[in-house]
Ligand binder design. Structure first.
Ligand SMILES: Cc1cc2nc3c(=O)[nH]c(=O)nc-3n(C[C@H](O)[C@H](O)[C@H](O)COP(=O)(O)OP(=O)(O)OC[C@H]3O[C@@H](n4cnc5c(N)ncnc54)[C@H](O)[C@@H]3O)c2cc1C
Length: 389
């Protein structure tokens, strides 16, 4: 794609996305056109589309922002194509989605903005996206979807559960990747989760799940999961990970369940002969939120290259927290807990300019930490995080 094509796509999308309520209107219009013109695709989507609409626009924005970075965008699209096999989508479905998106953009942009040249630019962009996804899907030989049986469900905090599953066959994922997951009580509502352990040859997998207030799926995963029920799991996604034999030192910052993909990578690294120095900052609102300190303490004690610093925004547990909170217990090997906003604390140590940086947590925590680090002098190109949708 040449730079003119990219600029035309970006300008039309930004003109919609920048308007107040624009993304919401675009997504509504897209789904209305798609389901009217191609009613056969309705079954791929959940009954309630509110959360879906938000994700759609964020996903398009993510792709549009990376059109000039094919080395990043094409592997992302290939992963997405492999993941989309779980829906059973074929070429005609990609065409239906592409045409409906173009119609929605055209209707929204209006005749003044929408020209023949813009129309051709979108055709080209959509062809690259669909072509890359379909090609990757066609070439993949792993199952389109795995079935995992829940073997353990443990609420370690109010509103946070650790769920362990045994898969029907092992998934070869890299530590740090994530997958889309569907639970039986929420059909077609796939949500991304990051395994907290590296892939095992026997197919066990562990997820850490926080119930988001008002969310469709996560409160059910945390509160209503039963041992023996079966979850569906899609192909691995994402590019976090630490290459073997790297000499680049690392900074990892994780909040809440964001510790899961970081812990999985650290566990994978313990199997290697040598590792660069790693600093991990693990954050929570209250001391009692740091649910994984036991395991982290064992990792830090056994690995000299690893320094782990707990950080909480509040120095005290909330009044409603039971007295047997994890905090009073000793966690040898860990640095003393620091109190404050995690991004500010990490950036307060200096520029970290010699580090590869990974940030995992809620979208707002990732953005804030990233900006704090950039302001402290961390080169933007060294900072990695998963897509925020
Ligand atoms: C790459 C990736 C990896 C992820 N890994 C994990 C994981 O390992 N464990 C885990 O618990 N979750 C993880 N998530 C988040 C998870 O996929 C869901 O988005 C989350 O559980 C909310 O789903 P829901 O159906 O309950 O809420 P929805 O019904 O989708 O959303 C309800 C409302 O909550 C808001 N919301 C959604 N997510 C969050 C959030 N994280 N913080 C604050 N508000 C939010 C939405 O904007 C919406 O307004 C990951 C997300 C991504 C993108």
């Amino acid at each position: 794609m040449d730079s003119r094509t990219v600029a035309l796509i970006r300008t039309t999308f930004k003109s919609v996305a920048a308007e107040d309520g624009g993304p919401e209107k675009l997504a509504r219009s897209f789904y209305a056109i798609l389901f009217t013109e191609y009613p056969q695709v309705r079954d791929f989507f959940p009954a309630a589309l509110d959360a879906q609409r938000d994700r759609l626009v964020k996903a398009i924005a993510y792709v549009v922002d990376r059109l000039e970075e094919p080395d990043k965008l094409l592997p992302f699209l290939a992963q997405l194509g492999r993941d989309h096999r779980k829906y059973g989508v074929v070429a005609e479905h990609y065409a239906a989605v592409g045409k409906s998106l173009k119609s929605a953009l055209e209707a929204y942009a209006g005749t003044e903005l929408w020209t023949e040249e813009i129309s051709r630019a979108w055709d080209e962009g959509l062809a690259v996206i669909a072509g890359t996804m379909m090609e990757a899907a066609d070439q993949e030989s792993t199952p389109p979807v795995w079935t995992g049986t829940v073997i353990e469900h443990r609420e370690v905090l109010r509103n946070l559960a650790i769920v362990r599953l045994k898969l029907d066959q092992p998934i070869q994922y890299a530590a740090g990747q994530y997958m889309s997951v569907q639970i039986p009580s929420r059909p077609r509502m796939w949500r991304y989760l990051s395994p907290a352990i590296p892939a095992t040859p026997s197919g066990e997998i562990e997820f850490h799940i926080r119930g988001v207030t008002g969310g469709w799926v996560s409160p059910a995963m945390v509160g209503h999961t039963k041992v023996g029920e079966q979850w569906l799991i899609g192909s691995p996604l994402g590019g976090l990970g630490v290459p073997r034999n790297t000499r680049r030192k690392l900074l990892m910052v994780g909040c809440g369940t964001g510790i899961a993909p970081l812990r999985a990578q650290l566990m994978a690294m313990t199997q290697r002969r040598s590792n660069p120095k790693v600093d991990l900052f693990v954050g929570g609102h209250y001391p009692c939120d740091l649910y994984d300190l036991e395991i982290l303490s064992q990792l830090a004690l056994a690995n000299k290259w690893l320094t782990i610093t707990p950080v909480t925004e509040s120095n005290e547990d909330p009044w409603w927290q039971p007295a047997n909170s994890v905090e009073p217990r000793e966690h040898p090997g860990l640095q003393p807990r620091l109190v404050g906003q995690i991004g500010k604390i990490v950036a307060g140590f200096g520029s970290w300019s010699d580090r590869d940086v990974q940030i995992v947590g809620s979208p707002s925590m990732v953005q804030t930490t990233k900006f704090r680090l950039m302001a402290a002098g961390t080169p933007t190109a060294n900072i990695r995080h998963d897509p925020l949708f």
